[in-house]
Structure formats: C-alpha cells, structure tokens
Design a protein. Structure first.
Length: 438
C-alpha cells in the first residue's frame, strides 16, 4: 500500500516538473527576454495614489485568501467536533428511506451551513471590490448570483455525491478509482456545457460580429496569421460592465462549445491594437490546446487527491469516527470528513496547480505577441501597454511578494508579463519566433 502511495506521489511530481515540456521548451530568444525582464522594474508602474491602493488591496486579498483557506478547514473540524454532520444525517435518514432524497436533503443541510459560515468572508470580499471601485454590482444582484451558485453546487454536487456513496458501497477500498471515472466525465461534461447553460445564468453574451463587426475584421487578421479555423460565430462579447470595471478575455468550452470571449469593458477601454494583443493571447490557449492539457492535468491531480483522500478519510474515521458519531465511509456524515481532507489537499496542492497554470499563461503570452507581428506596428509596445491597461484596471500590485505569487498566482505577475513583453523581440537579427516561422 505504501508503494502505491509513493508511486502516485511520484506521478504527481513528474507532472509538475514535466510541465515545461508539455507547454514547450524555452527558446534561446525567450530565455534572453526572461533574463532581461527580471531586471526591468519599470515596464509596469502605477501613479502614487493607485500604487498605495494596489498595495493595500494586495495585502487584504492575501490575508483573505489564507484566512479563507484556514477557515474552510477549521469550520469542518468544528462541525465534526460538535457532531453536526451526524445530526444532519439522522434528520435526512429519519425523513425518508429513499437514498436519493436522503442525499439531496443531507447535502442541502450541510452545504447550507457551510455557505452561512462562509458568508461573512464572501460579503467582505464583495464590499472590498465595491470600496476599491473594482465592482459596481449592487447587493441584490450579488446575492442573486450567490443564490444561483449555491443551487448549482447543491444540485450537481448531490448527484455526484450519490455516485460517490454508490462507489463506496461497492468498493470501500477502491472507490477512489471507480469514482474518479464519473467525476472526470462530469468535469468534461461541465466544461462543454458551461458556456452554453451556466455562464448565461450570470452574464449576458452576444456575438461579437453583431455588436462590433469592425473589431471582428481586425481580429480575423490575427486568426488568419495563426492558421487555425476560428469563425466569427465563436467570438463573443460579454457584458461585464454591469458588474465590474476590470478588463478581461478568456477561452472556454470544448468541441462545438469552444469559444473566445471578450469583456465589453476591454472593448471599451483598450485600443484595437491592444485588443488584438489580448485576443492573440487567448487564441494561443485555443491553438496550443491548453484546455485539453488542463483537463489532463486536472485528471491526474484528482486521481491522486481521491486516492489520498480515501486513505486519510479511513484513518480519520478509525481515530475520531466514534467521537464524531460517524459509523463508516458509507455514512452520509462521512462526507464532512472527506470534504475536510480534500480541502487540506487542495490547499497543499495550490502551488502545483498554479505553477502549471502560470506555465500555460506564459506560453499564451509568447504566442499572442508573435501572433500580432505584422498586424500591429510594434508588438512589444502594444503588448506592454495592454498589460499596463489590465494592471491599472485591476489595481495589480507591481511588486507582489514572491511567496504569495508562488502559492496563489494562477498567472505570472502583471509586472513580469509587461517586462517580458517589452524585452521579447524574436524578429531581431539572429533571433527566432517560437511558434511562427516568421
């Protein structure tokens, strides 16, 4: 058994350290730009007033992240110590003999209590966005979004939890493997359906061709240079301006649901050349198959997490089960123990996940800057200016603490991205692009 644990941990470590090979090896030109960027502290700057705001926001968000992570673990320990999950189980079991109904009742109670315990931090987080001018969403609208999120998490979560306990009953020692298969199927199904069914519940979308045909013509030049097929029907504008002031764009979906989305705030505040740079970055995710790589990486991490989760849950039940009034893994109340274990593993694995994500984002930065060559006058200046716009709009701290960046950042810091953009010139004499022949 110990050998299996060691092998799975080695597999996870191999995934982490092989990430650069998945994304593509660093070229000499890229390495030179990275070295130059490390010594450039002026590529992204903020005026004194905004700098003070950004530094204060960084400190508060960092505190919220680590406090929230600790609270998510502590609250479950408190609930277990007070015997709350066992009481909720008794209520659900006494209410009905139908296991489906028991599952939905128990998860409703447990998720509801957790949501109430998380509410103060969530409310403060929204207050923070409003006070810094990053959000303009009113409290009723915000509360409605929270309600929709909770209902989705409850309905989808309850169905998966029903499958989980079915797997536990069938194979108490290997449920981690049997549950991993439908869990990954659900992830794939969710990624496919999210842009079609879920995202429209929270934001309004419209075809970019319909709202801004001139911009589509500009972006089609970037698509043509990339050599891929991305029809205008897969380009969308999202009405972010009704809720936030920041700028963003993203790629989402798989197969026929895959699409590129630009926030209307980005369209309103960035120049067409800067939008082309942002679009080129997102197109890089599309061309370089980052969604597929991300799904593969998620599958690996979930497999390891479920395996370790089963072992740690079994150990906790043997040690504390009687005190928590939890009889076995097949007890509905055991869900709280499993959530506790997965929260701990998620926090510990955060640097691994974020290292992978930063590698993908850097690759897309390189691709995006190369993709707009010959379309905009100066890709270096345009891309650097785009990062300046993004950073100012989101009040990104130019000098985040290295440990916080390592542990929590899913993207390289804005300062490092802007500095790299300023230094990266693969069309200079003796240099070569990474993803394009010229």
């Amino acid at each position: 058994m110990r050998l299996r644990i060691i092998l799975l941990l080695l597999l996870a470590a191999a995934a982490l350290f092989s990430t650069p090979r998945w994304i593509g090896s660093t070229t000499p030109t890229e390495a030179l730009a990275l070295k130059a960027a490390a010594h450039n502290s002026t590529a992204y700057t903020l005026p004194p007033a905004k700098l003070k705001q950004a530094q204060g926001l960084f400190r508060t968000r960092t505190t919220l992240y680590f406090a929230g992570s600790a609270w998510s673990i502590l609250q479950l320990l408190l609930l277990l110590a007070l015997g709350i999950p066992a009481r909720l189980r008794d209520i659900a079991v006494n209410a009905t003999r139908n296991r489906l109904a028991q599952c939905f009742l128990f998860t409703l109670f447990l998720f509801g209590i957790i949501a109430l315990l998380d509410a103060p931090l969530a409310i403060y987080g929204h207050h923070l966005g409003l006070s810094y001018g990053l959000s303009i969403q009113g409290w009723p609208s915000w509360l409605w979004d929270q309600t929709k999120s909770f209902l989705l998490a409850w309905i989808v979560g309850a169905m998966l939890i029903l499958l989980l306990f079915w797997a536990i009953r069938k194979s108490p020692t290997r449920w981690w493997l049997w549950f991993w298969v439908p869990a990954m199927a659900a992830v794939l199904f969710g990624v496919f359906l999210s842009p079609i069914l879920v995202d429209p519940l929270f934001n309004k979308f419209e075809p970019l061709q319909q709202s801004n045909p001139a911009l589509v013509q500009q972006l089609e030049k970037v698509v043509a240079r990339s050599g891929v097929s991305l029809p205008p029907s897969r380009m969308f504008s999202m009405r972010a301006s009704s809720k936030v002031t920041g700028l963003n764009a993203y790629v989402t979906g798989v197969g026929s649901s895959k699409r590129l989305v630009l926030w209307d705030t980005t369209i309103a505040h960035a120049t067409p050349d800067e939008i082309s740079s942002v679009f080129g970055h997102e197109l890089g995710h599309y061309v370089l198959h980052h969604i597929g790589l991300g799904l593969a990486f998620t599958a690996l991490l979930l497999l390891v997490a479920f395996f370790l989760g089963q072992k740690l849950t079994q150990w906790m039940l043997g040690r504390f089960g009687p005190r928590w009034h939890i009889r076995s893994q097949n007890d509905w109340a055991c869900l709280a123990v499993l959530l506790l274990v997965l929260n701990i593993l998620s926090f510990v694995a955060a640097p691994i996940e974020n290292a992978f994500s930063r590698s993908i984002e850097h690759a897309a930065d390189v691709y995006g800057q190369e993709a707009i060559h010959g379309i905009v006058a100066d890709p270096q200046i345009v891309t650097q200016q785009a990062f300046q716009q993004l950073g100012e709009a989101s009040l990104s701290d130019p000098t985040p603490h290295p440990f916080v960046e390592f542990w929590t950042y899913s993207h390289p810091s804005i300062e490092s991205r802007a500095a790299f953009a300023a230094a990266y010139n693969p069309w200079a004499e003796g240099q070569h692009p990474k993803y394009f022949l010229k």
